[in-house]
Design a protein around this ligand. Structure first.
Ligand code: PLP
Length: 390
């Protein structure tokens, strides 16, 4: 990337790490065969795949046969939810939260058309779900609860171990979308007590198109794709061996560097947020008081429009985003900020800066140099409107 650019969109995707690219390159050269083939070439691919599975499992505290490789976070979330409810009769129930990624919310919506009932837990103005709300929502017909570990728009960390314990005590399967977590939070699947957990490699320095679903041994899950028997018959299709190798290397690096990277990035974000509040009037940090992963800063500037701010930032060399809901290049109102009950003026001017392991103090300084003028320039037309002369 152009070194004068400042990349603050690491929640959308992270740069591929050099160590990961090197491992994938080796794998593509030596093991780009079908791991189901019985010949020597196939066995070489199988060895690479199973080594990657073993390594990913070790980081998560899982057994190797509890790791199902998928194409990414969206597929892992879909598999967890659709697979858990595949045999459920109409009237069966699931619980999720209002701040989930669309990969979870749209899947729950899809099931509703099949007669599956869904309770969407609210969050407070701090972006946190309440454990008591989950306990209240569970019914005898509840099959699954799906609540994310770290939110991708505001960064809030949900109390997964407590939520999973509530579900498990009622014999309800518990899934967590942990796509935003690996660089910043420990993920010990036994300690968390989850039955299923989704990851996506490109969110932590790995390649796109590969993810995994942790599936606790014995937890019931049907495949949603039909074909061969790969991935313990839960995800048929010839595996992406180099992708799995890249995922494993990236996950190990993320785990090894987590404590140091978290402390460093938390300090940078702290300075960014403090200075924004000092330098820019009518700004607010969303979910400020809640436990948050250190990388995400959701900031609202009253009297601005986030799309215009993003364009101005981009022209100034800063890549940021308005939140997650930007899949087709068009901005929609954020369902996360809406669920937090933010007033419209704060929702309209919301920007997500997401820092990464390579973000430097100098980059934050440069952002802080340009941001006040960008916000002020965006506010001018609105001020004119308000004064009635625009
Ligand atoms: N879940 C969360 C919390 C995410 O942030 C994302 C990506 O934005 C996804 C799921 C989807 O992951 P993928 O892009 O690998 O399909």
């Amino acid at each position: 990337m152009n070194s004068t650019r400042i990349y603050l969109d690491n929640s959308a995707t992270t740069p591929l790490r050099a160590e990961v690219a090197a491992a994938m390159h080796d794998s593509l050269e030596s093991a780009n065969y079908n791991p189901s083939s019985l010949h020597a070439e196939g066995r070489r691919a199988r060895t690479a795949l199973e080594d990657a599975r073993e390594r990913a499992a070790a980081v998560l505290g899982a057994a190797r046969n509890e790791i199902i490789f998928t194409s990414g976070g969206t597929e892992s979330d879909n598999l967890a939810i659709l697979g858990a409810l595949a045999a459920a009769p109409p009237g069966a129930h699931m619980v999720t939260s209002a701040i989930e990624h669309h990969a979870v919310l749209a899947t729950a919506e899809q099931l509703r058309a099949r007669g599956i009932e869904t309770t969407v837990l609210p969050v407070g103005s701090d972006g946190m779900a309440a454990t008591a709300d989950l306990a209240d929502a569970l019914r005898p017909s509840t099959i699954l609860a799906s609540i994310m570990y770290a939110n991708n728009e505001v960064g809030t960390i949900q109390p997964i171990a407590e939520l999973a314990a509530i579900a498990t005590a009622r014999k309800v399967l518990f899934h967590s979308d942990a796509v935003q977590a690996p660089s910043w939070l420990p993920i010990d699947v036994r300690g968390l007590g989850v039955d299923m957990l989704s990851l996506s490699a490109h969110k932590f320095g790995g390649p796109k198109g590969i993810g995994l679903l942790y599936l606790r041994r014995g937890a019931p899950l049907a495949s949603v794709l039909h074909g061969g028997g790969q991935e313990f018959a839960r995800r048929p299709g010839t595996q992406n061996v180099a992708g799995a190798v890249g995922l494993a290397v990236a996950l190990e690096l993320a785990a090894r560097e987590r404590a140091e990277a978290s402390a460093r990035v938390a300090a940078l974000r702290g300075r960014l947020e403090t200075e924004i509040i000092v330098k820019i009037p009518d700004a607010r940090i969303n979910a400020h008081g809640a436990p948050r992963i250190p990388s995400i800063s959701s900031v609202s500037f009253a009297g601005t429009e986030s799309a215009a701010l993003l364009i101005a930032l981009d022209l100034a060399g800063v890549a940021a985003s308005a939140g997650s809901a930007c899949t087709s290049g068009a901005l929609e109102a954020s369902h996360v900020l809406g669920a937090m009950g933010l007033e419209e003026r704060w929702q309209r001017g919301a920007i997500r800066f997401s820092l990464g392991r390579t973000t430097t103090p100098a980059e934050i300084d440069r952002l802080l140099d340009v941001l006040p003028a960008i916000v002020a320039a965006q506010r001018r037309p609105f001020e004119k409107d308000l004064a009635g002369d625009g």
